[in-house]
Design a protein around this ligand. Structure first.
Ligand code: AMP
Ligand code: MG
Length: 345
């Protein structure tokens, strides 16, 4: 669940810029409360409109506490988490874990089926090899990749109400492609339960826009230029009660011999997904769907990815290819504004 600072820059700085401008127009009675925290291996940013700043700060704090609970269960790096407990097993006996972790593992397996394997929560070994090599900018050996690929079959997972058993000792779970989206959704639920009707929740670029920013005007979210990075918005779109999640090859990567090795891994090859895409943005009702689908569509590539999103209801996507073409699904026609002339539809 390690995330680069770059991903923070990807959307949040851009968002902060817009939000600062927009907040100027907020009604006088509502106060804006906002906080940043480093959480789930990334930068979290939550802002809410509330009757007073202290009330706002209190609910923002509750939302962060909710995210922290999820991190404590699902992080692959915190030693005490359920996932670390699973990954440290020494035998085949059932491992008791929290129901919430079980439910996200189950959801992960469900999403693996509907994405035809593009999304897989059992890529732990592969993610670890690539992460380790990222630090010294080396490509892992083909043998180590082939070895890791032998242990990604989620068919070896069995679950009941409170425990999981795994019939393959080498398999390692990593929820890095799903937990952040789930945490955003849960943070939003916490805000709603505390009477918040207008908020933005962002975890390393997995964003949910709750309600309207003010006076029935939607929030405006920017998508950044995959080549130039932070503060270079190329697309703007209005959003209300929607999640928007982006996965890109510029978030966490190294370059070796002119080839970019990034963090979105193709479970069929064991290598970073290598196709025309440079970024995938999903707009959906929940951030968990956005988190999973942005990664999965990146793996599927342009044509299959568009076809897949068109087959899903209430989900749209913006795919940017390396030639600066912006591809959108049918639900977004006439809804996005490209503000950078080097990109076109
Ligand atoms: P994102 O930036 O949201 O696309 O998340 C990518 C993260 O999910 C990576 O950092 C890995 O931890 C994990 N991941 C990478 N490839 C996959 C995949 N094909 N299926 C599931 N998780 C993945
Ligand atoms: Mg994702």
């Amino acid at each position: 669940m390690k995330r680069s600072h770059a991903k923070f820059n990807v959307t949040i700085l851009v968002l902060l810029f817009f939000i600062t401008m927009l907040v100027a127009c907020t009604s006088q009675t509502e106060k804006l409360a906002k906080q940043n925290q480093f959480i789930l291996g990334t930068y979290g940013h939550i802002q809410v409109h509330a009757p007073s700043e202290s009330k706002g700060n209190r609910v923002v704090q509750l939302a962060f506490e909710r995210i922290r609970e999820i991190e404590n269960l699902m992080s692959a790096t915190l030693r005490e988490s359920d996932i670390s407990k699973i990954n440290a097993r020494m035998d085949y006996s059932p491992i008791e874990i929290d129901r919430e972790t079980l439910s996200i593992i189950q959801k992960g397996i469900f999403f693996e089926k509907i994405t035809e394997g593009a999304f897989n929560i059992a890529l732990g070994n592969l993610i670890d090899i690539w992460d380790t090599h990222k630090e010294d900018k080396k490509i892992p050996s083909n043998d180590s990749i082939l070895h890791a690929l032998k242990y990604i079959d989620t068919g070896s997972l069995q679950m009941n109400n409170n425990a999981i058993s795994i019939s393959c000792l080498n398999l390692q779970i990593n929820l890095g492609g799903i937990a952040k989206g789930y945490a955003v959704d849960e943070a939003v639920k916490t805000l709603i339960a505390n009477n918040v009707t207008s908020a933005l929740v962002s975890l390393g670029g997995d964003i949910y826009a709750l309600g309207y920013r003010t006076n029935k005007s939607p929030w405006i979210v920017g998508i950044q230029n995959p080549k130039l990075g932070q503060n270079n918005v190329i697309i703007k779109l209005p959003l209300s009660n929607k999640a928007i999640v982006t996965s890109g090859d510029y978030e966490r990567y190294f370059i070796k011999d002119g080839i970019r090795y990034h963090h979105i891994l193709d479970p069929t090859t064991g290598y970073p997904a290598d196709n025309q895409l440079t970024s995938v943005t999903i707009i959906s009702d929940s951030a968990i769907v956005g988190d999973v689908f942005s990664t999965a569509v990146f793996v599927m590539g342009l044509e299959k990815g568009i076809e897949f999103i068109e087959s899903q209801s209430r989900v749209d996507a913006i795919l940017i290819t390396k030639d600066n073409i912006v591809h959108i699904t049918s639900g977004l026609e006439n809804k996005i504004e490209i503000i950078d002339s080097t990109f076109s539809l």
